[in-house]
Design a protein around this ligand. Structure first.
Ligand SMILES: Nc1ncnc2c1ncn2[C@@H]1O[C@H](COP(=O)(O)OP(=O)(O)OP(=O)(O)O)[C@@H](O)[C@H]1O
Length: 254
C-alpha cells in the first residue's frame, strides 16, 4: 500500500543559468502511488526541475524530499529509492545495451545473479534483444531511450522519474512501456514523467502539473486541471501562444 507521505516533494526549487532563470520557485508534492505528468512548453524548466529532483543538478535554492528523506542532504539514502531516465545524458557508449543494464544493477548493489535475471527480463519486456548486443554508440534514439528506461528500472526503485520516456519510441514499444509503468503504479510505485504528448498524459496520469517560465501554473488531479475541456486546451490557455503569426508565403507551392 502506498504511504501517506509524498513520494517526492519539491520545495522552493530555483535554478539560474547566467541571466536565464530556468526554475523560479517550484513547489510540488507528488503523492505515493500516483502517475504524475509534468507538462510545459519548450524551455519551461521541466528537465532542469527533474534534474534537480533526482540529484543530477545542484539547485540554487530549495529542498527535495524523497519518501521523507532530504535528497541533497542524504543522497546515499534518497537516490537508491529513485529510478531516473534523464533527458539526453551521455553514457558509456563503448558498452553494449546488456552491459549497460548490468552496470546499472551492480552500481545499485544488486547481486550479480539477480542483475543477470533482471537484465534478461528487461531486454525481453522492452523488446531489446538486438540492443542487448549492440554498442550504445550505435543505438537508434528509441533503443537508447528503452535501454535508459531498463537502467532506471533494474533496481526496482520506489519512484520512477522519467524525462520524456516515450520520445522516439515506436508504438509497439510504447504500449509495452505503458503496461510496465501502469502495473508498477498499480503495485504501489510512483511514476513522474515529463511529456509533450497530451493524449498520452491524459491516458496515463492521474495528476498533472503545467509549468511555464519555471513556475507552476496549474497542479492537481487530471480532471481538475483540465476542467471542462481537454488538457491541450487548458495547456494552451495557461501557457499562451507566444509564436509570432506570420504567413510563410515563400513556402507555398502555388
Ligand atoms: N545547462 C544550461 N545552460 C544554460 N541554460 C540552460 C541549461 N539548461 C537549461 N537551460 C535553459 O533553461 C531553460 C529551461 O530549460 P529546460 O531544458 O529545463 O526546459 P524544458 O521544459 O525541459 O524544455 P524542452 O521541453 O524543450 O525539453 C531554457 O531557457 C534553457 O535554455
Amino acid at each position: 500500500m502506498p504511504s501517506d507521505r509524498p513520494a517526492l516533494g519539491l520545495h522552493g526549487l530555483r535554478k539560474r543559468f547566467g541571466s536565464t532563470i530556468a526554475v523560479d520557485g517550484i513547489d510540488l508534492e507528488i503523492p505515493a502511488g500516483s502517475f504524475f505528468g509534468l507538462l510545459g512548453p519548450n524551455g519551461a524548466g521541466k528537465t532542469t526541475t527533474l534534474s534537480m529532483a533526482t540529484g543530477l543538478l545542484t539547485p540554487d535554492a530549495g529542498v527535495v524530499i524523497v519518501d521523507g528523506v532530504d535528497l541533497w542532504k542524504n543522497p546515499t539514502i534518497a537516490k537508491p529509492m529513485l529510478g531516473v531516465l534523464p533527458d539526453g545524458l551521455r553514457t558509456f557508449d563503448r558498452l553494449t545495451g546488456s552491459e549497460l543494464i548490468s552496470y546499472a544493477g551492480i552500481l545499485r548493489g544488486l547481486d550479480p545473479d539477480v542483475v543477470r535475471e533482471r537484465r534478461d527480463d528487461l531486454l525481453a519486456a522492452l523488446d531489446l534483444a538486438a540492443a542487448g548486443s549492440t554498442l550504445v554508440t550505435d543505438f537508434s534514439a528509441g533503443m537508447a531511450k528503452k535501454i535508459g528506461l531498463a537502467c532506471a528500472l533494474v533496481h526496482a526503485p520506489r519512484v520512477l522519474v522519467l524525462d520524456e520516456p516515450f520520445e522516439a519510441v515506436d508504438p509497439v514499444s510504447a504500449t509495452g512501456i505503458r503496461n510496465i509503468l501502469q502495473s508498477f503504479v498499480a503495485s504501489g510505485g510512483t511514476v513522474v514523467i515529463s511529456s509533450h504528448v497530451m493524449a498520452l498524459v491524459e491516458r496515463l496520469c492521474d495528476r498533472v502539473a503545467i509549468i511555464g517560465a519555471g513556475r507552476v501554473l496549474a497542479e492537481g488531479p487530471l480532471d481538475e486541471v483540465r476542467g471542462d475541456g481537454d488538457l491541450e486546451a487548458r495547456f494552451v490557455a495557461l501557457v499562451g501562444d507566444t509564436s509570432e503569426q506570420r504567413d510563410l508565403t515563400w513556402l507555398q507551392q502555388s
